[in-house]
Design a protein around this ligand. Structure first.
Ligand SMILES: C[S@@+](CC[C@H](N)C(=O)[O-])C[C@H]1O[C@@H](n2cnc3c(N)ncnc32)[C@H](O)[C@@H]1O
Ligand SMILES: [Zn+2]
Length: 239
């Protein structure tokens, strides 16, 4: 068993993470990561890096070492010489200790980039038929089960990505919560964790791998920060 972001992990169980960051040329990049970490902190796995402009994943092999709260990784994309990533895990960013931030040291030496990651064992980031990116299940989830926990910095301002937990209290989700689209007949509903007052998305029905994680923004958000014309699959729309 290994400790990773405050949780105890069996070496055989992969840890699923996403990261999103902005490259030096302004491109938004998303990384889907599956890692295993053995008893000695040796890390192995894969990373699919997706540039927002074309949505095509590029796979890299990962290997590295977890030492205390530092994760040193080598990324090797096909035919490209390996580059190093050093991530300092910062569990306090999120209440559940599920996020980390770090600085990437790439080929450009000191050109460090901010980086945020969060666990999401049941979900992945994918293109959505409704809008842009969406959060899509990789495993079936039974009705009533938690699908995605929402966690991240809390602020007074509502944004197009934030989840309202109270008047003047909005959580800016780090991780898959960032990409949850609205649907008028959604797959999930928001349930608030009584201890943390953070929202969780809970399945409204039995969901299959490939189903998109959605909720009805109008039930919790009040006035939406970014207005849009709904393109969800429902025949009658609320927004
Ligand atoms: C939290 S983001 C969801 C992730 C978004 N799809 C992306 O690629 O960044 C919320 C924004 O996505 C868009 N969106 C979400 N649900 C939508 C829907 N049902 N129809 C059209 N646009 C939607 C709106 O622009 C909204 O402000
Ligand atoms: Zn709709």
């Amino acid at each position: 068993m290994t400790q990773f972001l405050g949780a105890t992990r069996a070496a055989s169980v992969p840890v699923h993470l996403i990261g999103f960051h902005v490259a030096l040329d302004g491109t938004r990049l998303y990384d889907r990561v599956a890692l295993t970490i053995d008893e000695d902190g040796r890390v192995g796995g894969t990373l699919d890096r997706i540039a927002e402009r074309d949505g095509v994943p590029h796979r890299a092999e990962l290997r590295g070492l977890l030492v205390g709260e530092r994760l040193a990784l080598m990324l090797e994309f096909d035919g490209v010489s390996p580059s190093g990533v050093m991530l300092d895990l910062v569990p306090e960013v999120c209440v559940h200790g599920a996020a980390m931030s770090g600085r990437i040291a790439g080929g450009d030496g000191e050109a460090a980039l901010p980086y945020v990651m969060a666990h999401a064992p049941a979900a992945r980031l994918d293109r959505s038929p409704t809008h842009g990116w969406g959060t899509v299940l990789v495993t079936p989830v039974a009705a009533g089960e938690t699908v995605v926990g929402i966690d991240g910095p809390v602020g007074a301002e509502q944004t197009p990505y934030s989840f309202r937990t109270d008047d003047n209290r909005h959580v800016e989700p780090a991780g898959y919560g960032h990409f949850v689209n609205h649907a008028c007949e959604p797959s999930c509903e928001i349930v608030y964790d009584l201890e943390t007052a953070l929202p969780t998305l809970v399945a409204l029905r039995d969901l299959a791998a490939g189903d998109e994680v959605t909720f009805d923004y109008t039930r919790t958000e009040g006035q939406l920060a970014g207005s849009f014309q709904c393109r969800c699959p429902a025949l009658v729309h609320k927004v």
